[in-house]
Design a protein around this ligand. Structure first.
Ligand code: AMP
Ligand code: GLY
Length: 423
């Protein structure tokens, strides 16, 4: 079967690497892909939100399965677009329809969904511009710190944690005043949870699910988790603090009620659900849902999956995930993201990248790269994810760090402390 992956990041590189190994995959197309995905298939340069171009591509290339990487096309309704068009309605899409993608696309919707289904989460209240005065009063009486979240997609920047009332009130005014455009038309004000974060993933067919390996993502730019937030500077899987007892709580209290909630509300969902969790004491709380896999978590999770990924996807399409036995490696994966100098602020692109062929014990999952006359150049903030799969976390980190050091481009930076807090 011919398969299309939509997206261009490290996550899509990891998908492409894995899918290209499947005996079910004849031709693999990555749209638009990046400077590394051409090794696994054919890059075709179209925009992920240009649904007409996607339709033309799937027809021309006789695509039999579409895997959507990022959230934006899902929230914009790419799955619904396929179903509404007779010429492509029969082509299965891995990724929820618009309604299911609301779990990520609207924090207000997702918080209400958690509440309706008794899922443990931070207490919260939502405000619109009309309710500004009420919101300001609410903030003045709230315990600190306090978390403000723009309701809609804000490129990972829509969450602000405030440690005093005045700055929280100022932030609420800014958000409701249009700081994040329409995404901030509603603001969720939420209790701050103090704990350690982790990411748990499932693939669901709407009725059943398969739990994928869990991972921890390192979000801050600086050593020891300091400085501004990024898209993610590295990840590890598995994680020592998520033992079987804790993961069983996650399944009983969070995963099962979510699947049952979707069923109850008639939301038909085929795709990934990413549970952004926080462990407070020994108890799991849900911070957010995403309607896709995490990046850079995918770069750690996928190398641990020994099963055929296309078989997993086809099982989801056929709604028989209850019969799928996922094979997972006991080994530990560590991913280190190499980023451009200046990231997450302003950074330069077009730097020549050398040394990728010198990696000894890792995979290089390209993210923000492109090929310019056969020369690999940087083309984004997060440039290349280096993943090593080894017998334990220490060896995985050591190998990934050494291999990250073998890659060079002007201004390159990576964190040398990813995962060492867990050893
Ligand atoms: P989100 O976009 O909802 O994942 O939020 C981004 C980040 O903000 C999370 O990864 C957490 O680090 C932090 N965060 C969000 N909500 C809370 C909360 N209620 N308590 C503490 N930290 C939070
Ligand atoms: N690594 C967090 C995310 O993908 O949203």
């Amino acid at each position: 079967m011919n398969i299309l992956i939509l997206g261009s990041g490290g996550r899509e590189s990891a998908f492409a690497w894995k899918i290209s190994q499947s005996s079910h995959c004849d031709k693999l197309i990555i749209a638009p892909g990046n400077g590394g995905t051409g090794k696994y298939g054919t890059n075709i340069c179209i925009g992920i939100n240009d649904f007409d171009a996607v339709r033309k591509l799937v027809i021309a290339e006789n695509i039999g399965l579409v895997v959507v990487g990022p959230e934006e096309p899902l929230v914009n309704g790419i799955h619904d677009f396929f179903l509404a068009d007779k010429s492509i309605a029969h082509i299965p899409v891995i990724g929820p329809k618009k309604e299911g993608a609301m779990l990520e696309g609207s924090k207000d919707f997702s918080k209400q969904f958690m509440e309706r289904h008794g899922i443990p989460a931070a207490a919260s209240k939502s405000f619109t511009a009309k309710e500004l005065q009420e919101g300001l009063a609410y903030l003045s009486a709230h315990a600190l710190p306090i978390v403000l979240k723009a309701d809609g997609l804000a490129a990972g920047k829509g969450v602000v944690i405030c440690s005093d009332v005045a700055s929280a009130q100022e932030e609420l005014k800014l958000m409701l005043g249009g700081k994040f455009g329409a995404a901030g038309a509603t603001v969720v004000v939420e209790e701050f949870l103090d704990g350690i974060e982790l990411s748990v993933f499932i693939l669901t067919d709407g009725a059943h699910y398969v739990v994928l390996p869990e991972a921890k993502d390192y979000k801050k730019i600086g050593l020891a988790d300091t400085g501004p937030n990024t898209g993610g500077m590295g990840s590890v899987s598995p994680i020592s603090f998520a033992d079987d007892v804790f993961l069983a709580k996650v399944e009983e209290r969070i995963i099962k009620p979510t699947i049952n909630g979707l069923k109850k509300e008639g939301i038909d969902y085929t795709g990934f659900i990413f549970f952004g969790l926080i462990k407070v004491g020994e108890e799991p709380f849900l911070i957010e849902y995403n309607a896709r896999m995490g990046d850079p978590e995918t770069e750690s999770v996928i190398p641990r999956i020994e099963s055929d990924l296309v078989e997993l996807f086809l099982s989801a399409v056929n709604k028989d995930l209850n019969n799928f036995k996922l094979k997972v490696s006991e080994k530990t994966a560590a991913t280190i993201m190499i980023v451009a100098g200046g990231y997450p602020g302003a950074y330069e692109k077009g730097k020549v990248i050398s040394g990728i062929e010198n990696l000894r014990q890792s995979y290089a999952f390209h993210a923000g790269t492109l090929l310019d006359n056969e020369v690999v150049k940087s083309n984004g903030g997060r440039v290349i994810a280096i993943t090593s799969l080894q017998d334990d976390l220490f060896f995985a980190l050591q190998a990934a760090t050494a291999d990250a050091g073998r890659i060079y481009f002007d201004g390159k930076f990576f964190r040398e402390d990813i995962g060492f807090d867990l050893i």
